[in-house]
Design a protein around this ligand. Structure first.
Ligand code: 4AD
Ligand code: MG
Length: 432
């Protein structure tokens, strides 16, 4: 008899198979027991009929506790009433690991309680669906960049540089030196682009941000492409193609997860249409002011109500172009005819999910960069390797960073970024 994963049920209809699973829930009458099972790949029903299995197995099934691990044997059948579409008619049942007083019961629990039990909460069908979407975004990311001629480069996690400003760095000891946990791999990816042309990274990043919002994590994963001999306009095209590709692949490959989450496919489909709209920072400020946002002046950074209003003015992800130089990092390319703005863009997701991409063309002039490094209070000795890139064949180049968790949150249609990563690190939480 073959051991299978229920995800492959389609290939085994009518066959007797064995599946290792956990009991998520159950209900029973005097003659029949319905086990809600999960084997890690999906949630499915197991049916135990007393007259078929005998008294002993039936009693065992009826008394199974939530999260007991079992080996079930039985025949795979189609089940048009369930979301999943297949069930198993159980003929044999063996307990592998007992479970008593599982803390997360089918009733409602508060968020703090669930967060304290994140190691168990991950077993729920909603969390399962979100992780399927996360996995698909990761898979599609590799597919997209591989097929477009990018090579994956891994920047270091322990670094001496602070690309995104020095206020939210995690500092650690590196023997007798200071080091920081990476807040972005960008500067290293620029070195890689000068070596390999088109590169992308995918790795963890850390920000000691004191923000307690539904969009901020302390530890999050970022995808950072960097492209040599490329200007900002071409980068925007790569960005919108990449994001549309992610949406399309979630639509194509995450049917079951989208059903579990109740995510409207018609809404997602709108995000596969290109191009995405573009609005300048200047026009975005004017738009906000015209619509009663008295709190925003030219030169201010946008907060989440501002981003949400701008996003709602369009039906798709929107690029906001060319922010004030004063509120952006040191490395961005200056505007060719204006002193006050830099060549950059943020992509704002629709439906109030906020910024999912930050990117820019990079300054390539050695003297200008050195000046900016000094002006931002950074130690030029720590950036001399970076400045080398502007000494030996400096070329136009551009890149961006997409926040994985914000993208997962958006495509899943969930409320809070904390559910988009298996073990979220938040301002007040490093447990479990
Ligand atoms: O806009 P950011 O700070 O850009 C950079 O780090 C650039 N160096 C990227 C580059 O050009 N290579 O961050 C990029 C994205 C944001 O748009 C957002 O999606 C995500 O990273 N992000 C966060 N996600 C969750 N929690 C946080 N605290 C985040 N901070 C940024
Ligand atoms: Mg940003």
């Amino acid at each position: 008899m073959e051991s299978i994963q229920i995800l492959d049920a389609k290939k085994h209809v009518g066959e007797t198979v064995q599946i290792g699973a956990w009991v998520a829930n159950k209900r029973s009458s005097g003659k029949i027991a319905f086990l809600q099972l999960r084997d890690g790949t999906a949630y499915f029903q197991g049916i135990v009929v007393k007259s078929e299995v005998g008294e002993e197995v039936f009693q065992l099934a009826k008394n199974l506790n939530q999260e007991t691990a079992v080996l079930v044997t039985g025949k795979i059948r189609e089940d048009s009433r369930s979301k999943f579409g297949y069930e198993i008619g159980i003929s044999g049942l063996e307990v592998v690991g007992e479970s008593h007083d599982y803390p997360i019961t089918p009733k409602e629990h508060g968020t703090d309680f669930l967060m304290d039990h994140r190691h168990l909460w991950l077993r729920s069908s909603k969390q399962h669906a979100i992780m399927q979407i996360r996995n698909e975004i990761i898979r599609a990311t590799y597919e997209f960049f591989n097929k477009n001629g990018f090579i994956k480069i891994d920047p270091p996690i322990l670094t001496g540089s602070a690309p995104e400003g020095t206020t939210d760095l995690f500092e650690t000891n590196y023997f007798d030196q200071k080091a920081y946990l990476s807040q972005s791999g960008q500067l290293y990816m620029e070195a890689a682009a000068m070596a390999f042309g088109k590169v992308f990274s995918f790795g963890p990043t850390f920000r000691a941000e004191k923000s307690k919002t539904r969009r901020h994590l302390i530890e999050f994963w970022m995808i950072e492409p960097e492209m040599a001999f490329m200007h900002q306009e071409e980068s925007l095209e790569v960005q919108e193609q990449y994001v549309a590709f992610l949406v399309q692949n979630v639509l194509d490959n995450c049917d079951y997860a989208l059903d579990v989450l109740g995510r409207d496919r018609e809404v997602l489909k709108k995000y596969t249409k290109l191009p995405f709209p573009r609005i300048s920072y200047d026009d975005a400020v004017a738009l906000l002011q015209k619509n009663g946002f008295d709190d925003i002046q030219w030169g201010d950074d946008f907060g989440s109500p501002h981003e949400t209003f701008i996003a709602n003015s369009f039906d798709q992800p929107v690029f906001i172009l060319n922010y004030p130089k004063a509120i952006k990092p040191f490395y961005m390319k200056p505007h060719p005819t204006r002193e006050d703005v830099v060549i950059c863009a943020d992509m704002i997701a629709p439906e109030g999910y906020g910024e999912i991409i930050g990117g820019s063309e990079r300054a390539i002039d050695h003297e200008y960069l050195l000046e900016q490094i000094r002006a931002h209070g950074l130690d030029e000795n720590e950036y001399s390797w970076y400045l080398d890139l502007r000494k030996y064949g400096s070329v136009p180049h551009t890149g961006f960073g997409l926040g994985l968790e914000r993208t997962v949150t958006w495509l899943s249609g969930i409320e809070h970024v904390r559910e988009s990563i298996p073990f979220p690190r938040l301002l007040n939480r490093i447990y479990p």
